[in-house]
Design a protein around this ligand. Structure first.
Ligand SMILES: Nc1ncnc2c1ncn2[C@@H]1O[C@H](COP(=O)(O)OP(=O)(O)OP(=O)(O)O)[C@@H](O)[C@H]1O
Length: 261
């Protein structure tokens, strides 16, 4: 049984008896995991390679459904429904629970069209509304200054750090409830990394954030809660400063003090 701190805030998501098995695997990669995710907070997922961080993160917006045969069991509750069994449109779910990947994934189109992409999927056609919301999203993602004079240019002409901000602008433009970050700075230099970390912290007033990171310093810098995973299980979920200073579980302590990893 995992050690899970009492979460006093409202919950953005609640994972209940969740299991996940890849189509090609004999055994589940996530084994009966329970975990609350606090609303308007940042939750970091840490743990050694292969412990299931990315698998869990990708379950929150059902990215695994893109590949046939993957199997979910249990529940992930989001806004009073189990997203694993509800019959809703997955595009709409992924707008409400957006994802930022490790490698910046600018689409092969203009900067403007990248940010407008999700809004157009939502059916917004009004030009002025699109322009206003693209500008706001680029400002929110702190990349307006570098892009305002080249909105019609190909997004692939931006630097890696700028492209990652563009991806964040694209995700926030549709006003999601949750954002999932999968090692969002591992392909970036230290200055871009610091900028993205600052941005993630600013965003939590509006969205609930889950971030997978290999970098324990990053988890300690940005997150409010940290979940330590090991071999497909959650071992401990705690307030970040407590988990790093006074972990309750021996395995957590061994991991954060570098005894394995
Ligand atoms: N597409 C797949 N098919 C089968 N097994 C997979 C697949 N992707 C991941 N796995 C397995 O699921 C387990 C969890 O992998 P996952 O990538 O979620 O771990 P992780 O903690 O994110 O690792 P890392 O820190 O190295 O990214 C591992 O045993 C991995 O080998």
């Amino acid at each position: 049984m995992a050690t899970i701190v009492d979460i006093t805030e409202e919950k953005a998501l609640e994972v209940k008896d969740f299991q996940f098995t890849y189509a090609s695997a004999d055994a589940p990669s996530i084994k009966t995991l329970n975990m609350p995710i606090a609303k308007n907070n940042i939750t970091a997922l840490i743990g050694p390679s292969g412990c299931g961080k990315t698998t869990l993160l990708r379950s929150f917006n059902r990215i695994h459904d893109l590949y046939p045969g993957n199997k979910y069991d249990g529940e992930i509750i989001f806004k009073d429904r189990n997203i694993l069994t509800s019959k809703e449109d997955l595009i709409s779910l992924r707008i409400q629970i957006g994802m930022i990947f490790q490698k910046p994934t600018a689409f092969p189109m203009s900067i403007f069209d990248n940010v407008a992409y999700g809004m157009r999927l939502q059916g917004i056609k009004n030009k002025t509304e699109l322009q206003d919301r693209v500008e706001k999203a680029l400002k929110d993602a702190a990349v307006w200054k570098e892009t305002k004079d080249r909105l019609k240019h190909d997004a692939n002409g931006l630097s890696g750090g700028q492209q990652q901000r563009l991806c964040i602008a694209r995700a926030v433009a549709v006003e999601p409830e949750v954002l999932l970050f999968d090692e969002p700075t591992s392909a970036l230099d230290p200055i871009s990394t610091a900028g993205i970390e600052e941005l993630i912290v600013e965003l939590k007033d509006r969205v609930s954030i889950i971030i997978v990171t290999h970098n324990m310093q990053q988890a300690a810098r940005v997150s409010d809660y940290t979940g330590f995973m090991y071999l497909g299980e959650l071992i401990e979920l705690g307030r970040t400063e407590e988990l790093f200073v006074t972990p309750k579980e021996k395995l957590t302590e061994e991991y954060i003090t570098g005894k394995f990893g």
